[in-house]
Design a protein around this ligand. Structure first.
Ligand SMILES: [Ca+2]
Length: 326
């Protein structure tokens, strides 16, 4: 009887919503995200990953896995330690390179030694192409957002990949079927030469842009460069026994750093919102040396960001998210 009354109540409420023209709430579905990072020489990747975990805790995203496109030997382990700190030690990590790794990061080794993680070596991580393919194959069509905050070697390898035991589709076809859009920290707009595009693998940038047919938003160098985060005021609010605190401490002892990578995360999850304008009057052309230029004619899939609100408002929002406050 109680169940019957509940059903009648639900029907009546539903009808009244329909009759009043009020939209019936649809349950929110978190956005499925793959992050592709070069967590090594710079610290903004750490801030970006912290933001992504904050969004996940707030129910905005579902992180599928992290691709580590780096030749630094502790980069993947450090990424695993950060994921573990945020309760996602289960996240798969794919690496672009397992051999001939170098040690040049100011923080990845210390974070790896000081914080728990499961991954003992990059050699134990999955190959980036196979992880990309496995994650994409397991998701509904047109649903995955790829965020790249490093150079494009792994994405290029994915796009070049051939059908295999994971999927009968080529990498390009798999991306076209499963991906919704790409948020890319890279390039300088309207023209310039930026590290993710030219160092160490400009051929991959050219290949990615040639093979990419879906919406892509570029968060250029000039945007994040205006947004310094991780300074002394951040230090006062950051949990001292966290890998985020240690990373920024080891990097430059909280002198602050531009938020190039965090912009790509912010835009990927919140859209241009009140913070950015999306310039769509042309398309991005990358030369063989990795320099880029915004040119006509319009490619409706391409857009790049410009700051619309004040840099300080965006900077504050980024730091809030880096601190875990949605
Ligand atoms: Ca980066």
């Amino acid at each position: 009887m109680r169940r019957l009354l509940l059903i009648i109540f639900s029907v009546v409420v539903g009808l009244s919503n329909a009759c009043s023209g009020q939209p019936i709430p649809v349950p929110h579905k978190p956005m499925a995200v793959i992050l592709d990072t070069d967590m090594d020489s710079d610290i903004d990747d750490v801030g970006a990953l912290a933001m992504l975990h904050c969004y996940e805790k707030a129910g905005k995203v579902r992180i599928l896995g992290v691709i580590v496109t780096s030749d630094e030997q502790h980069s993947a382990i450090c990424t695993d330690a950060i994921n573990t700190y945020f309760g996602r030690g289960d996240l798969p990590i794919g690496v672009s390179q397992r051999d001939s790794l170098k040690a040049f990061s100011k923080y990845t080794q210390a974070v790896s030694q000081e914080f728990p993680h499961k991954l003992l070596s990059s050699k134990d991580a999955e190959n980036s192409t196979s992880l990309y393919r496995r994650l994409l194959a397991g998701e509904p069509d047109g649903s995955v957002v790829i965020i790249t905050i490093g150079h494009l070697t792994s994405l290029s390898k994915l796009l070049n990949s051939q059908p295999d035991a994971i999927s009968t589709l080529s990498g390009q076809a798999l991306v076209a079927k499963k991906v919704k859009r790409w948020s890319c920290m890279g390039g300088q707009f309207p023209s310039g030469k930026e590290a993710n595009f030219y160092r160490p693998d400009p051929a991959s940038t050219v290949n990615c842009l040639a093979k990419w047919t879906l919406p892509v938003t570029f968060a250029g160098w000039e945007v994040g460069n205006q947004l310094v985060t991780g300074g002394v005021d951040f230090k006062e609010r950051c949990q001292p026994n966290s890998p985020i605190y240690r990373g920024y401490e080891l990097y430059n002892n909280f002198k602050g750093r531009a938020s190039w990578d965090q912009v790509a995360i912010l835009e990927a999850v919140e859209g241009v919102s009140s913070y950015f304008s999306l310039i769509k009057d042309g398309h991005c052309v990358v030369s063989a040396d990795g320099s880029n230029e915004w040119k006509s004619p319009i490619n409706s899939m391409h857009g790049y960001l410009a700051i619309k609100s004040t840099p300080n408002a965006i900077r504050k929002r980024i730091e809030m998210l880096m601190l875990g406050n949605f």
